[in-house]
Design a protein around this ligand. Structure first.
Ligand code: ADP
Ligand code: MG
Length: 714
C-alpha cells in the first residue's frame, strides 16, 4: 500500500471525538476567560490603579511609569492563577507573521530557591535580540536595537496550550531612534491621522461633542482545510502553502454544492473548537460556513476597533493553524492553494466612528445627517481614486498574483461599488452643480431637500474590490493571509488625505453654508466619479472601460509595488506622520525581497518535486509499460508518456536556466520582473507537462495525493 492509500484508509476510519461538557462552554460563561479584561482588572488591581489604567486604555491619559509596577503585579497574579509560568511580548515584525520570545517569571534568590517576578519594566518594555528580523536597512544604518513597547489599546491575553500557559502582551516594535520596525505602529499612526482630519469635518457640521474618531474592522476570513496526512505528503503544500502541481479533478466546484452547504461533522468539530477557543480569547467569532470551493470555509467576527480587531485577526489565523492538527487537518491560508477553483480572501469591512458611537458612514435619517454622510462618503471616493496606486500596492503579494483578476476575485483595478440608490444620488450631485440650477428630476442639493437614504442591504456586488454595504465599506481585495495592518494603514492614510482636503475647503465656508458644501462635493464627484463602477468587475469589458477611464490596472505585485516609491506616496505618508521616507523605503525594500524569496522557494520546490518525485514515477511507469507487451494501445500510451518525460526534463532545464538568469539580474526589482516575465511562465510550463503526466501515469505510482483526494477526502 502506498502512503497515499494508507492515509485514505485512516481517514475513512476517522471518528470525531466529542468535546467534553460542551454544553458548559456555550458562550457567555467562557467569553474572555483568557483575557485581562476590565472585569479582572478591577479584581486584580488596587482601585486607584485600576481607574488610571482604564483612562490610559481609553486614550485619555498617557501611561504613567509610576503605576507600572502595580499593574504588572496584578497581571502576574492573574496570569499565575491561570497557570502561567512565562510571559512574552507579542509583536508583528515586517515578516508579516507574529513574533514572540518567552521569558519565565522565575528568578533565583540566595538560598537556592526561586520567586516569581514580573516588574513594571518587564511589562512595559522588552528588548528581544531581534537582529534577524527584516528592517529594510533601518537598524543596520543606525545600529539601533529594536525594542517592544506594550500597546495598551490591545488586550493582554493568555495562550493556553495543553502543556502550559503563557502570558501574552501585545506590543509595538520600534527602534531606539523611534522608527517603526513593525506593521502595527504605522497602523496606529494612520488611525490618529484619520481621526484628526475627520474631527475637522465633524466640527464644521457643528459636532462639538466627539473627541475622537477611529476606524472599525470586521474581517471575514476565508481558509481551506485538507486532511493533514495527505497534505504532509505534498512538499509544495508544506513549503509554499499552495499546490504547485495537480491535474484538475473530474469534479471541482461546478455543482455549487459546497457554498453554504451542510458542514461535515469533522469540519464542524474543528469550527466548534475554534469558536470556543476564540471566545475564551475575547474574540467575537460570529459566523461560520462553507465557502464556494470544495474544502474552503469562512469565519467572521463581530467588528471591533481596528487596533484590537487587527491583532485579533492574527490570533484567529494562529488559532486555526494550531487547532487544525488536533482534528487531523492541515490549515491552508494561502490566497490560491489550488488551481482551477476559488482562492481565499479577507474581506475587510471598514467604517469610521466617533467615541460617542456615531458611525460616520451611516446614511442617517435626517437631511443634516445625510449631508454629513455624503461628505464622508465622497471623501472616501476621492481617496480611492487619488490613491488607487498605493491601495493596490497595499494588497500586493506573491500569493495575490494568482487570485486578483482571475474570474473569482476582484480585479486589480481599484473601483468602488455604491449600489443603485446611492449611485443615483451621487450622479445627481455631480450634475447638480454642473448646471448650477436645480432642475426638476434632479435632487435639489440644499440641505432641506437632500433625500433621506434608506439603508439598502440587498444591493450586493461580489466583483467589486471596494464595495459600500449599507453603513461600511468592504475592502474585498485583501488576501486571506495578509495581516490587516498594512492595507488598513494605507486606506486610513488615503482617507486622511482626502478628508484633510475637504476640511481645507469647508473651513473657507461659513458653518451651515450647505449650498457651498454642495458645490464642493459636486466638484469632487465630477473629478473622481470615474472610480465608481456598478457592473461586473470580472468582465473583460470592465478592463477595457477602466483603461478608457485611465484607471490603473497593476496586474502583478511587480507592477503594483512601484506606486509606493513615488514622490506622491512619500509625501502623503510623511505629511500625515504615518511613515517617514526611510520607514516607507524600508517597507518597500522588504516587499520586493519577500516577493523574490517566495518565488524562489516556489521554483526550488517545483524543481525538487519534478526531479525527485514526478520524473522517477514516470520512469517506473515507462518500464512497466515496456514490459507489458506488444499491445498497440499500450505502445501508443508508452510513446505519449515517453514524449512527456522528455518534455518534463526539458521544462526542468528551462526553469533552472530562467531562475539562474534571474539571480543575475542586478537588482531585486529586476530579478522580480524576470520572475514575472520568464521564471513563472517556465514554472507554469513545467506544471502543464507534469499535470498531463498525472492523468496518464498509473495511480498506484503517482507520488503525491491528487486534487480529488485533497479536496474531497475528509
Ligand atoms: P455583509 O453581509 O453586509 O457583509 P455582515 O453582517 O455579514 O455583513 O458583516 C460582515 C462583517 O462586517 C462582520 O464582521 C461585521 O461585524 C462587520 N461589520 C458590520 N458593521 C460594521 C461596521 N459598521 N464597521 C465595520 N465592520 C462592520
Ligand atoms: Mg460581507
Amino acid at each position: 500500500m502506498t502512503a497515499r492509500h494508507k492515509a485514505i484508509e485512516t481517514i475513512s476510519n476517522h471518528r470525531v471525538a466529542a468535546t467534553q461538557n460542551y454544553l458548559e462552554h456555550a458562550g457567555e460563561d467562557i467569553y474572555g476567560q483568557y483575557v485581562f479584561h476590565e472585569g479582572v482588572q478591577r479584581d486584580y488591581l488596587p482601585k486607584p490603579i485600576f481607574r488610571r489604567l482604564r483612562r490610559v486604555i481609553d486614550g485619555l491619559e498617557p501611561f504613567a511609569p509610576e503605576i507600572a509596577d502595580a499593574v504588572a503585579h496584578g497581571i502576574k497574579e492573574w496570569a499565575m492563577a491561570h497557570g502561567a509560568t512565562h510571559y512574552t511580548h507579542w509583536f508583528v515584525p515586517m515578516t508579516g507573521s507574529t513574533a514572540e520570545k518567552h521569558d519565565s517569571f522565575l528568578s533565583p534568590i540566595s538560598d537556592g530557591a526561586t520567586v516569581a517576578e514580573f516588574s513594571g519594566k518587564n511589562l512595559m518594555q522588552g528588548e528581544p535580540d531581534a537582529s534577524s528580523f527584516p528592517s529594510g536597512g533601518i537598524r543596520a544604518t543606525f545600529e539601533a536595537r529594536g525594542y517592544t513597547a506594550w500597546d495598551v489599546t490591545s488586550p493582554i491575553f493568555l495562550q493556553v496550550e495543553p502543556n502550559g500557559v503563557t502570558l501574552t502582551i501585545p506590543t509595538a516594535y520600534v527602534s531606539f531612534t523611534g522608527e517603526a520596525l513593525d506593521h502595527k505602529i504605522p497602523m496606529l499612526r494612520s488611525q490618529e491621522a484619520l481621526g484628526k482630519q475627520a474631527l475637522r469635518i465633524l466640527r464644521w457640521f457643528g459636532n462639538t461633542a466627539a473627541t475622537r474618531v477611529f476606524t472599525n474592522i470586521g474581517p471575514e476570513q476565508e481558509y481551506f482545510l485538507v486532511d493533514r496526512r495527505l497534505a504532509e505528503q505534498r512538499p509544495d503544500l508544506l513549503l509554499t502553502g499552495r499546490t504547485l502541481f495537480g491535474a484538475q479533478p473530474p469534479k471541482g466546484q461546478e455543482l455549487e454544492d459546497q457554498y453554504f452547504g451542510p458542514i461535515r461533522e469533522r469540519i464542524l468539530a474543528f469550527m466548534m473548537d475554534l469558536d470556543r477557543e476564540l471566545w475564551r480569547l475575547g474574540i467575537p467569532s460570529k459566523t461560520r460556513h462553507n465557502e464556494v470551493a470544495p474544502g474552503q470555509f469562512e469565519m467572521a467576527p463581530v467588528y471591533e476597533p481596528t487596533s484590537v480587531g487587527s491583532d485579533h485577526n492574527m490570533v484567529v489565523m494562529q488559532t486555526m493553524r494550531r487547532l487544525a492538527p488536533q482534528h487531523g487537518l492541515a490549515f491552508l491560508i494561502h490566497e490560491k492553494p489550488f488551481a482551477g477553483i476559488n482562492g481565499s480572501g479577507k474581506h475587510n469591512n471598514w467604517s469610521m466612528s466617533t467615541d460617542l458611537g456615531e458611525n460616520l458612514l451611516d446614511p442617517g435619517t435626517d437631511p443634516h445627517a445625510n449631508a454629513q454622510f455624503l461628505a464622508f462618503l465622497i471623501a472616501v471616493i476621492r481617496a480611492v481614486d487619488v490613491h488607487a496606486g498605493i491601495l493596490r500596492a497595499s494588497i500586493a503579494d506573491a500569493g495575490q498574483d494568482h487570485r486578483l483578476g482571475a474570474n473569482e476575485a476582484p480585479p486589480a483595478i481599484m473601483s468602488i461599488f455604491l449600489g443603485s440608490q446611492l449611485e443615483d444620488v451621487i450622479a445627481q450631485i455631480e450634475q447638480g452643480a454642473a448646471s448650477g440650477s436645480k432642475k426638476g428630476g434632479h435632487v435639489a442639493l440644499g440641505v432641506t431637500s437632500l433625500p433621506v437614504l434608506a439603508r439598502d442591504a440587498t444591493d450586493r456586488n461580489r466583483t467589486s474590490p471596494f464595495a459600500f454595504t449599507g453603513n461600511k465599506f468592504e475592502f474585498r481585495a485583501v488576501g486571506s493571509s495578509a495581516p490587516i495592518y498594512w492595507p488598513q494603514t494605507v486606506l486610513n492614510t488615503a482617507v486622511a488625505d482626502s478628508l484633510s482636503r475637504l476640511a481645507d475647503d469647508l473651513e473657507t465656508l461659513k458653518p451651515g453654508d450647505f449650498d457651498g458644501l454642495t458645490a464642493i462635493l459636486s466638484g469632487v464627484v465630477k473629478q473622481h466619479s470615474r472610480v465608481l463602477f456598478e457592473g461586473n468587475g470580472y468582465s473583460s469589458e470592465w478592463h477595457q472601460e477602466a483603461a478608457r477611464r485611465g484607471l490603473p490596472n497593476n496586474r502583478t505585485t511587480v507592477d503594483a509595488l512601484p506606486a509606493l516609491a513615488t514622490d506622491e506616496a512619500k509625501a502623503v505618508f510623511s505629511k500625515f506622520g504615518v511613515l517617514s521616507e526611510r520607514e516607507l523605503d524600508a517597507r518597500v525594500d522588504i516587499f520586493w525581497e519577500r516577493y523574490v524569496k517566495v518565488q524562489n522557494i516556489e521554483a526550488n520546490t517545483a524543481l525538487d518535486i519534478a526531479k525527485t518525485m514526478i520524473l522517477p514515477a514516470t520512469a517506473v511507469y515507462l518500464g512497466q509499460l515496456a514490459s507489458a507487451g506488444y499491445s498497440r494501445g499500450v505502445k501508443s500510451v508508452a510513446d505519449k508518456v515517453a514524449s512527456l518525460a522528455d518534455d518534463l526534463v526539458d521544462a526542468i532545464h528551462t526553469l533552472e536556466h530562467a531562475q539562474h538568469a534571474a539571480h543575475n539580474a542586478g537588482s531585486v526589482q529586476a530579478e522580480a520582473r524576470q520572475f514575472v516575465d520568464v521564471v513563472i511562465p517556465a514554472q507554469n510550463a513545467l506544471r502543464v507537462v507534469a499535470d498531463e503526466l498525472e492523468t496518464l501515469v498509473s495511480d498506484e505510482l503517482w507520488p503525491m495525493p491528487k486534487y480529488r483526494e485533497l479536496l474531497f477526502q475528509y
